[in-house]
Design a protein around this ligand. Sequence first.
Ligand SMILES: Nc1ncnc2c1ncn2[C@@H]1O[C@H](COP(=O)(O)OP(=O)(O)OP(=O)(O)O)[C@@H](O)[C@H]1O
Ligand SMILES: [Mg+2]
Length: 369
Amino acid sequence: MAQSSEPIIRFEGVTKRFDDDTTVLNGVSFEIERGKFYTLLGPSGCGKTTILRLIAGFIQPTEGNIYFNGKLINDIPANKRQVNTVFQDYALFPHLNVFENVAFGLRIKKMKNDAVKQKVTEALRFVNLEGYETRGIHEMSGGQRQRVAIARAIVNEPEIILLDEPLSALDLKLRTEMQYELRELQRRLGITFIFVTHDQEEALAMSDEIFVLNEGSIQQSGTPTDIYDAPINRFVADFIGESNIVPGRMKEDYLVEFAGRSFECVDGGLLPDEPVEVVIRPEDLEITAPELGKLQVRVDTQLFRGVHYEISGYDDAGNEWLVHSTRKAVVGERIGLAFDPEAIHVMRFGETEEEFDKRLEEYEEVGDE
Ligand SMILES: Nc1ncnc2c1ncn2[C@@H]1O[C@H](COP(=O)(O)OP(=O)(O)OP(=O)(O)O)[C@@H](O)[C@H]1O
Ligand SMILES: [Mg+2]
């Protein structure tokens, strides 16, 4: 095995085109570190499953290279890769019982009966399904089938487990439970998980690192807090949680103008007077008396969401603001909105991750001088 400092998976400029010439992935590069929980997050058709299939070896890249522990694996067939996939529909064998479903991969490897029994028992214990060995698949609930599928993957002791929207068939409560279980399982096993979802809350709750994808490109990668607190562009800001995104102008470092006024902020490194988009999360806005707020807004709608009220309104410049507050408001009422300089996040128009990193680097270099 290679040194642990080597990323377990590395994509280098990977492009995938199918026969009809449509580009499904466009020069994608990333690294996956050993033992972490990764999530590929993006809307339907953005290329999530395609990335998993490339890692699993079911398809080959049109251009670019894929490395496993530092070794080029473009031409290594799926059955020679130390990767197991949990599919969305679980793909369990309906005619086999729980035990034999989990044992399947070991039987193919012609493992001895005693060893199979020991490994399957251990895998079933891991997913809390001891005692279910002789049950038929059709006698298991959705959540239990999910666990059988996971046991079937971990029994092979792969280095990576790929999970393609494995929770999407479950109801909300079970889904939340399974999110927790999967995360715990990954921690206990220490195996690298690459999980696919188009549900941003799920991604934020489960991941060490998230790759946000759109139209075959990675828009942003980072920890859930990185991505939530500092989205790189409108797509990411919009896709990850609800956001207020309003047009603005950078006056100078740490001073941004929007809604007809200037506000202290913590962003810098943009050109003076550069047009920007300003992001403020609804939960970072606090309702005050009109004269005490940094902005004044007329309340347009209010919805009770269980833990908070979701209030929307318009400022005098015509920008819409969404507020999450435990305080009630009255439709038609004028309220003030208070927020900290840290709550303001400034984005350059249509900036890519590379441009953002470069700007940050240049900015930090200048700051060091
Ligand atoms: N074998 C194929 N031939 C041609 N086009 C394909 C093939 N497989 C996938 N595509 C196209 O590639 C794009 C990305 O597909 P992919 O399955 O990776 O999306 P996804 O992000 O997993 O979406 P979803 O969330 O709906 O599962 C889609 O536009 C799809 O139609
Ligand atoms: Mg898919």
